[in-house]
Ligand binder design. Structure first.
Ligand code: CP
Ligand code: NVA
Length: 300
């Protein structure tokens, strides 16, 4: 039987997403050191890009659950010397119980999962970042409750985070306003599949009207460092600042997956202000991924 993977938010149903959120909230409230459902199990973590939050949250989560995590970088493994993904997937999954992969091409994760005999988790690709959405949605539910029917506004690059927000809008049924420069819109295929839940705006202020949650991300993602200058120019009218927050609902909250560049995609005033939930959001990576690993490894 094929193991259950978590490559995209579209891999889980709406009720499974809600179950994960509730379980994450529960795990955060009551940490029982005797509860070790993954005792003796091993998570292999392959990072082809840098990470602070993803690495620490998966590693700490495994430790809390009685298991172990192994950090694998292409620099020190045969992955970096061109060993085929298919072979690597078969070999690594014959030795560990779950694999988390952060890489560039989304197809690398889908190919890896196809050949793995254990659950594979997408820890970020150029196309998607589904684990971050588990944490973001947990945070929204904790601070504001149900998100169905609410309006989320994405301002900035139509990147991996934006794509996962589009998927979340589909699974959890909220409206998503996207304000991005024309050259940096999200994938048309991903946006079209979400139907009329997703609306596009040229103007960031117009997109923020009636928003319950305002989200942004860096203008240049990992791998796009050389485009930084050109992107700073293209995105200059797409900063989340006090004017944007004033346009949204009074009780709107602000999120950012971090790391952030204050003064670029978000003003310091907003990210460090009272509506910002960035640190709860970062902490929730730990709780939501514990819920995810329990779901993939204990309940299938
Ligand atoms: N938000 C996020 O994925 O952070 P890291 O790159 O530090 O893992
Ligand atoms: N869009 C960012 C997210 C980092 C967590 C990147 O891919 O670099």
């Amino acid at each position: 039987m094929q193991p259950r993977h978590f490559i995209s938010l579209l891999d889980i149903s709406s009720s499974e997403f809600r179950r994960l959120i509730n379980r994450a909230i529960e795990l955060k409230k009551h940490r029982d050191p005797d509860y070790q459902p993954l005792k003796g199990q091993v998570l292999g973590m392959i990072f082809e890009k840098s990470s602070t939050r993803t690495r620490i949250s998966f590693e700490a989560g495994m430790a809390h659950f009685g298991g172990n995590a192994i950090f694998l970088s292409p620099r020190d493994t045969q992955l970096g010397r061109g060993e085929p993904i298919e072979d690597s997937a078969k070999v690594i999954s014959s030795m560990v119980d779950c694999i988390m992969l952060r890489t560039f091409n989304h197809e690398t994760v889908t190919t890896f999962a196809k050949h793995a005999s254990v659950p594979v988790i997408n820890g970020l690709t150029d196309e998607q970042h589904p684990c971050q959405l588990l944490a973001d949605m947990q945070t929204y539910f904790e601070y504001r409750g149900e998100i169905q029917g609410k309006t989320v506004t994405w301002i900035g690059d139509g990147n991996n985070m934006c794509h996962s927000y589009i998927h979340a809008a589909t699974v959890l049924d909220f409206n998503l306003n996207i304000a991005a420069p024309h050259a940096y819109l999200p994938s048309k295929i991903i946006a079209d599949a979400a139907g009329n839940r997703v609306r596009f705006f040229d103007d960031a202020i117009a997109a923020a009207k009636n928003a319950d949650l305002i989200v942004t991300d860096v203008w240049a993602s990992m791998g796009q460092e050389e485009e930084q200058k050109q992107r700073c120019l293209a995105f200059k009218d797409y900063q989340v600042n006090a004017d944007i927050m004033k346009t949204a609902h009074q009780d709107a909250v602000f999120m950012h997956c971090l790391p952030a560049h204050r003064g670029e995609e978000v003003s310091a005033e907003v990210i460090d202000g009272s509506q910002s939930l960035i640190f709860a959001e970062a902490e929730n990576r730990l709780h939501s991924q514990k819920a995810l690993m329990e779901f993939l490894l204990c309940h299938q």
